[in-house]
Design a protein around this ligand. Sequence first.
Ligand SMILES: C[S@@+](CC[C@H](N)C(=O)[O-])C[C@H]1O[C@@H](n2cnc3c(N)ncnc32)[C@H](O)[C@@H]1O
Length: 243
Amino acid sequence: MLTIVQTADGSNTIYNPQIGENYHSKHGALQESRHVFVNSGLQYFLDRTEDLKQTGGAVKISPTGEDLEGAVRTMVSILEVGFGTGLNFLLSADLCDQKQINLNYTGIEAYPLTKEMIAQTGYHQYVSAELWQQFNAQYPGALSGEVSINSNCKLQIANCPLLSFQSTQQYDIIYFDAFAAAYQPEMWDEAAIGHTIQYLKPGGVFVTYAITGNLKRAVKALGCKVEKAPGAQGKREMLRAER
Ligand SMILES: C[S@@+](CC[C@H](N)C(=O)[O-])C[C@H]1O[C@@H](n2cnc3c(N)ncnc32)[C@H](O)[C@@H]1O
């Protein structure tokens, strides 16, 4: 039975007894999600886009991303492998709300949690009350198609195993948040990584909490530039790659 357990920073995660592993780092679910995915992925991508704008390089602004005053808004798309509790989604959507950025988020999840389980995570503490309420209300619908969480943010969760996921879309950022290779090696092999990276736009950013020689080689072989970035609490390094 899945159970909610507390991690070292006081935030909750879920323990999966079949896998024998938590959904997040025991050193802190919140700190891991913020560090690996939001700061090293989303914020890194936004900072890089801003730098390109300053230097006259390619700018990732959607032509349809205009707000009510007609100002052009930045639009960012994220694909997450292993949607789980939605913590990475919630923190990313909250940041995009604060920055007035449009977010198009797709999760892939083979074993979706019930909405009752998600409601018990306590993650309402880390995002706006409106976002939490909308996410909880729309989560069941997101499992069968795209839903609007608010006027900035669209969410869909593909209820299928990674290798069955098919899309015509490519994404600016990929959050790769599978269970560790020691527990689910098939999520980290060349087939799984190759299947994932095909959905990354040229110039897009791939992040994951782990780094191994095999992973680096697999990502490099797919034509990405690989970087060892500082890891979250309890891990020296993590992998960030750009296509
Ligand atoms: C480390 S947890 C993800 C944590 C999640 N990102 C969160 O913040 O709660 C790994 C997730 O991958 C899912 N998963 C396991 N096998 C999968 C597969 N073959 N395809 C897609 N998702 C899978 C699990 O059900 C679990 O939700």
